[in-house]
Design a protein. Structure first.
Lengths: 320, 325
């Protein structure tokens, strides 16, 4: 331990740089605009009551409301009544900065909708990828047929093509079909995972043929063999692939940015964040950081809970 | 048509097992094959074809313009900036990110305790949504209220100023604008790229290190490799060869694809003086935003050539290893 002190020193310095933005993000999501501006308040901020100006403005009493309130305040002038009403509004609109930031994150933009879109798109992509890739992987690993080598060569060739790189022709094809600004546009380019086919094939190769012969003897159809015999043997590979796929598509910004223009109902979380940024004047930093925290947290928490699996899943993607 | 005929189905011989297996195989791989064609191969072909045209979405026709688009890429100053920015980014991020990944892996591997903690921390940026973290970095790099300049200003008026002229200059003439400063912009983008990616490389190297046999170190020691450096040079580094080939390739391909940070920092352009005008951003700007499909496709084709070239080198290196190994 004492001999290792310099290693720890280097690693701790590195860790500080790595953690700094996460620390700032969470910290800003708790602070009031003033504290962010002046750079004070430590990690949590002082959490002094602050008034939501926007909320007060919405409740600014007009003449009718003042008239209506007259019976409640007998003997006062309209101006006094008005002042009382404004004070009331301010009292009602006061809240702790942390609560303000997170409430704003969900109300200033439909963040919940974005999150649901993110879940829907990520889940659809993964399910379709599996439905397409697993039968193909089974055919390529366990069935003998003329042309198998050619199909596998094609798979290896397609591994060379990053989907992001061919975004422009894909975008044009979708535009020609009138599919931009639809859920389909967000999902379709990712339905084929050549890497998924490759990964599952490598895994299926290790499954003994006897298992399949036995299943055939029992009269199982080939499709039943794929889903009820092969897939259960490949759960570790499937899990790794799931992590790889979900992380990539939850975080993906480039593709949604290209095919979704303007229709906020289709925004995925990264797109929503960008829009937040576009409309942010200084006072919105707190809510923006709150949104960022909400979007980043699910994967980070999942990662912390199942580190081994995540690291395996992500690195497996590498071990082609 | 007689009744008898309709009731007796034509007697076909039952297909042999081999034929049946072939049919099943094609049926099972058909969806994947069709999608591979439509989503991967056809677009590549379209990009190649359109890179020789002046096509725009919405136009009914187009003209073949030969190599005009490619000539533009290699003669106009905008694209010169694009190549400069892209290669500056790739050639900075790849060596540093791989080096730091290896360094962190070696340090962590040699620790008896707390290694897992560092591993977890260093891997966090790989999981985090990059665009969100880019926005946080942008805020931290804010010239006046950002954390970085605030921290640097703490050093003003202390002894640190006397032996760090750069800081003294910043204290006297104002701290750098970072993202808004042409001199720093691309390097800051590189820094965020390294910050995000080296944990991934570290994890791959850690996996590689577990496969280095202990006996090899003993053997090397017998042969007189006494210092840590000798052990690294003679045993660890060669054993990590395959990992390094892979890590370098994947980092390169990812670095070529940098987009999120650039778009987050510079939504309207590509940084001061286009100093961060990388290829993916150019494809997006020319092809999608300005509807110049021809030029956009030409950049796409160049991009694909770079990436395929890199992967082929990697495969060649790996296969050579396998044959010699």
């Amino acid at each position: 331990m004492t001999r290792d002190w310099w290693k720890h020193l280097i690693l701790i310095l590195g860790a500080i740089v790595i953690i700094a933005p996460f620390y700032m993000m969470v910290s800003f999501s708790f602070k009031s605009p003033g504290e962010i501006d002046r750079g004070e308040g430590g990690f949590f901020g002082h959490q002094e009551m602050m008034v939501d100006e926007h909320c007060v403005k919405l409740r600014d009493p007009n003449r009718d409301e003042v008239t209506a309130a007259r019976p409640q305040f007998p003997g006062q002038t309209d101006n006094d009544i008005r002042a009382t009403l404004v004070a009331q509004a301010e009292a009602d609109c006061a809240m702790r900065p942390a609560i303000y930031n997170y409430t704003k994150a969900f109300t200033a933009a439909p963040l919940l909708r974005y999150l649901l879109n993110g879940i829907l798109v990520t889940a659809s992509i993964f399910v379709i990828q599996v439905v397409v890739a697993v039968p193909a992987a089974y055919a390529l690993s366990k069935l003998k047929f003329w042309g198998r080598e050619a199909v596998f060569a094609l798979v290896l060739f397609c591994l060379l093509i990053p989907v992001h790189a061919i975004a422009l022709p894909l975008y044009m094809m979708l535009a020609k079909l009138g599919l931009t600004n639809t859920y389909a546009a967000l999902v379709v380019p990712w339905t084929i995972s050549v890497f998924g086919i490759f990964l599952m094939r490598q895994f299926f190769m290790t499954v003994p043929d006897d298992l399949i012969d036995a299943a055939r003897m029992d009269g199982m159809s080939e499709l039943a063999i794929v889903w009820r015999v092969m897939l259960p043997t490949a759960i570790p590979a499937l899990l790794a692939f799931a992590i790889f796929s979900v992380v990539a598509h939850w975080n993906d910004y480039f593709w949604p940015r290209i095919v979704v223009t303007g229709n906020r109902n289709l925004f995925t979380p990264p797109l929503g964040l960008r829009e937040f940024k576009g409309g942010a004047d200084g006072s919105m930093y707190g809510p923006m950081m709150a949104s960022a925290t909400v979007i980043v947290t699910p994967l980070i928490v999942a990662f912390l809970l199942a580190q081994k699996r995540f690291i395996e899943g992500i690195t497996l993607s590498g071990m082609k | 048509m007689s009744i008898a005929e309709t009731h007796t189905p034509p007697t076909k011989p039952a297909p042999s097992a081999a034929v049946q297996e072939r049919r099943t195989a094609w049926a099972l791989s058909a969806p994947a094959l069709v999608l591979m064609m439509v989503i991967l191969l056809v677009p590549v072909a379209i990009a190649v074809a359109l890179s020789f045209t002046d096509y725009s979405l919405g136009n009914s026709g187009f003209n073949w313009v030969g190599f005009d688009n490619y000539v533009k890429l290699f003669t106009r100053s905008t694209y010169a900036k694009m190549f400069t920015a892209t290669f500056t980014y790739v050639l900075t991020v790849v060596p540093i990110s791989v080096g730091l990944g290896l360094g962190a892996a070696l340090l962590i591997n040699s620790l008896s305790r707390f290694g897992e903690v560092y591993k977890t921390i260093y891997f966090l940026p790989v999981m985090a949504t990059l665009i969100a973290m880019a926005i946080v970095w942008e805020f931290m790099l804010h010239p006046t209220i950002g954390t970085i300049n605030r921290t640097l200003e703490l050093g003003c008026g202390t002894v640190i100023e006397s032996f760090w002229p750069w800081l003294a200059d910043g204290c006297a003439n104002g701290m750098p604008l970072w993202l808004g400063d042409r001199q720093y912009a691309i390097w800051v983008v590189c820094f965020v790229g390294i910050w995000q990616s080296f944990g991934f490389n570290m994890v791959l190297y850690l996996a590689g290190l577990t496969s280095v046999h202990r006996e090899l170190y003993h053997a090397a020691e017998m042969d007189g490799a006494k210092s840590g450096w000798d052990r690294f040079r003679l045993v660890t580094w060669p054993a990590l060869g395959p990992t390094t080939v892979f890590v370098v390739t994947i980092t390169c391909i990812r670095a070529f694809q940098v987009f999120d940070t650039i778009e987050a920092f510079y939504p309207l352009g590509a940084g001061p003086g286009k100093s961060a005008y990388v290829m993916m951003f150019a494809i997006f700007e020319k092809g999608v935003q300005q509807n110049l499909i021809g030029v956009g496709s030409a950049i796409t084709v160049l991009f694909l050539i770079f990436v395929m070239f890199l992967t082929l080198i990697q495969r060649w290196l790996v296969e050579r290893k396998v044959h010699y190994g």
